[in-house]
Ligand binder design. Structure first.
Ligand code: FAD
Length: 471
C-alpha cells in the first residue's frame, strides 16, 4: 500500500485506528476538514457481516453525543431511530412501578441501537471522497517517532502504513495506548469493578412493548440491579448488573427462577420462563473496566479518544457521549489553533483530561446511586427539593444529572457546582429544620397543653414528641 504520508503536495493524512462509535464519528470530523482520512478496523465491515460481536445492544444517547452528531450533520438521522426515555421507572420487589423524571418536561434521553449507530456513522464517513475505510486491519504496533503503523491481516500478512496524525479510537484495550505505556511520565490506572453484566431480551407481547416504552426501567436491589432499555423492534434489552460471585452461584435453570422469583418477580412473565432458563447461560457475565490515563497525546503524532483514553463504567450512560464529545472538543481546538497539531494535541490533553477523569468518577458514583440510593426516601426528598429549587432558580441551582446529561457544562465544573449546591442546600435544609424545631418548641412552651383535657397520659405524649424530634 502507498505510504500516504509520503505523498507530496497532499493534505495531511490522518489515520483513525478503530472503526467503532468514536472512530467512525471522528473520521467524519477529520474528513469534513479536508484531511485524507484512513480508518483501520480490526473487524470485518459490520454493515455486511453476518455476526456482529460486541458490547451492549443499545445505549442511552444524550445532549453531548447529540451535539457532536449535529456537527457532522448526523443528529436528525440518529434521533429519528431512537426511542425517547423521559424518566426512570423504578420497579419495587412487590411489582409497584414509580417514575422518576430525568429532568424538566420535554427533557429525555434516547435509547439507540449500537450496531445501527455504528453502521450509519461508517456510511456517513464513507460519503466523503477523502475517506477510506480499511476493515480486517488489526493494529499490531506503531512508531511514535515516524508514525509508521503495522497491521495484521486475517491471512497473517503484515501491512505497513504511515500517517501524519494517528488517532487512537481502538477502545478500552487500545493497542495504540500500549506505546504510551512504554514512555516515561505517562499516568495510567485501570479498575475492574466486582460487578459483571449480562443481557437478556424481553420480547413484545401481542406485537406491543411488554412494558411502557418511554422509560429506562430499573429494578434497584441495593447490591445489584437490572435495567431495561426499549428497542425499535418492540423488545427490551434487560441488563443484569451483579457481583461475579453472585452470577456464579446460580448454576441451574431452577436456581435462575428462584433468584428472579425473589428479586424480579414482575419480569418473569415478561421475559418468559423458558427464555430466562436458557438465556441466563448463553454467555458468561461480562467484565466492566474503568481506565484513566494522561496525557492523551504523544508530540504532534498521536492522540487518544473515546474508550482508548477513558473507559468508564456504564452507570451514567456517558461513555459514548463523552467519547463523542472528545471529537467535538478536539474539533473546536483545531479551529482555535489553526489545525497546528503541535499546539492542538497538548491543548486537547490540557482541556480534556480533567473532564474525562471527572466523568469516570461520576460513573462510579452513579453505580451506587442507581442500585441503592434510588430506594432511599432521603434521595427522593432531595431530588424533589433540587427540582423545585431548579424551577425557582434555573440559572443557580441545576441538578447534577441535568448538567451531565442535558448540557455541555464541562464535566469537572459540573462536579464542582454539584458539591457547592449540595453544601448550600443541606445548610438551608438544616436551617429550616432547626427553625421549625425552635418555633414548634416555642409554641408548645407558650401554649402548654391542658394536661387534664388530654385523652392520652402526658408522659406518653412527651415520649412521642421526643421520638419525632430525635428521628
Ligand atoms: P469501542 O466501541 O470499543 O470501539 C473500538 C473499536 O476499535 C472496535 O470497533 C474494535 O474492533 C476496534 N479495535 C480494537 N482494537 C483494534 C486494533 N488493534 N486495530 C484496529 N481496530 C481495533 N455509553 C453511553 O454513552 N451510553 C450508554 O447507555 C452506554 N451503555 C453501555 C452499556 C454497557 C454494558 C457498556 C459495556 C458500555 C456502555 N456505554 C454507554 C459505553 C460505550 O459502549 C463506550 O463508551 C463506547 O462504545 C466507546 O466507543 P469507542 O469507539 O471509543 O470504543
Amino acid at each position: 500500500m502507498e505510504k500516504s504520508a509520503d505523498r507530496p503536495n497532499k493534505k495531511k493524512v490522518v489515520a483513525v485506528v478503530g472503526g467503532g462509535l468514536v472512530g467512525a464519528l471522528n473520521a467524519c470530523f477529520f474528513a469534513k476538514r479536508g484531511f485524507d482520512v484512513e480508518v483501520f478496523e480490526t473487524r470485518d465491515d459490520i454493515r455486511t457481516a453476518k455476526v456482529v460481536k460486541g458490547r451492549s445492544i443499545n445505549l442511552a444517547l444524550s445532549h453531548r453525543g447529540r451535539q457532536s452528531l449535529k456537527s457532522v450533520g448526523m443528529e436528525d438521522k440518529i434521533v429519528s431511530n431512537g426511542i425517547p426515555m423521559n424518566a426512570r421507572m423504578i420497579h419495587s420487589p412487590n411489582g409497584k412501578q414509580s417514575p422518576i423524571p430525568y429532568g424538566k418536561k420535554g427533557q429525555y434521553i434516547l435509547s439507540v441501537d449500537r450496531a445501527n449507530l455504528n453502521k450509519e456513522l461508517l456510511t456517513a464517513a464513507e460519503t466523503y471522497p477523502n475517506t477510506k475505510l480499511n476493515f480486517d486491519h488489526k493494529l499490531q504496533d506503531w512508531s511514535p517517532e515516524t508514525g509508521l503503523m503495522t497491521f495484521v491481516r486475517p491471512d497473517g500478512s503484515l501491512e505497513e502504513i504511515k500517517a501524519d496524525l494517528i488517532v487512537g479510537c481502538d477502545g478500552a484495550f487500545s493497542a495504540i495506548r500500549k506505546q504510551f505505556l512504554r514512555r516515561s511520565r505517562f499516568n495510567y490506572s485501570q479498575t475492574y469493578i466486582p460487578h459483571g453484566y449480562m443481557e437478556l431480551t424481553m420480547p413484545p407481547i401481542n406485537g406491543e412493548f411488554a412494558m411502557k416504552p418511554n422509560y429506562l426501567h430499573i429494578w434497584p436491589r441495593n447490591t445489584f440491579m437490572m435495567i431495561a432499555l426499549p428497542n425499535l423492534d418492540k423488545t427490551f434489552t434487560c441488563t443484569l448488573f451483579m457481583p461475579f460471585e453472585e452470577f456464579e452461584k446460580i448454576t441451574t435453570g431452577d436456581e435462575v427462577m428462584e433468584f428472579f422469583q425473589k428479586y424480579f418477580p414482575d419480569a418473569i412473565p415478561l421475559i418468559g420462563v423458558d427464555a430466562l432458563k436458557r438465556d441466563y447461560f448463553r454467555l458468561p457475565a461480562q467484565a466492566m473496566v474503568s481506565v484513566k490515563c494522561s496525557p492523551y497525546h504523544i508530540g504532534d503524532k498521536c492522540v487518544l479518544m473515546g474508550d482508548a483514553a477513558h473507559a468508564v463504567v456504564p452507570f451514567y450512560g456517558q461513555g459514548m457521549n463523552a467519547g463523542f464529545e472528545d471529537c467535538i472538543v478536539f474539533d473546536e481546538i483545531m479551529d482555535q489553533l489553526n489545525e497546528d497539531f503541535s499546539a492542538v494535541l497538548p491543548e486537547y490533553t490540557r482541556v480534556r483530561v480533567p473532564d474525562d477523569h471527572a466523568i469516570a468518577d461520576l460513573a462510579m458514583y452513579n453505580y451506587i446511586e442507581m442500585r441503592a440510593h434510588v430506594n432511599s426516601k432521603w434521595f427522593l426528598f432531595r431530588k424533589n427539593v433540587d427540582d423545585i429549587l431548579h424551577f425557582l432558580m434555573p440559572g443557580t441551582i441545576i441538578p447534577l444529572y441535568t448538567m451531565v446529561t442535558f448540557t455541555r457544562t464541562r464535566y469537572h465544573q459540573a462536579v464542582e457546582l454539584w458539591h457547592w449546591q449540595d453544601r448550600v442546600i443541606n445548610r438551608g435544609l438544616l436551617f429550616c429544620a432547626t427553625g421549625a424545631l425552635l418555633g414548634g418548641s416555642y409554641l408548645l412552651v407558650k401554649n402548654p397543653p391542658d394536661i387534664n383535657k388530654l385523652s392520652i397520659p402526658a408522659e406518653k405524649l412527651w415520649n412521642r414528641l421526643l421520638a419525632v424530634w430525635t428521628t
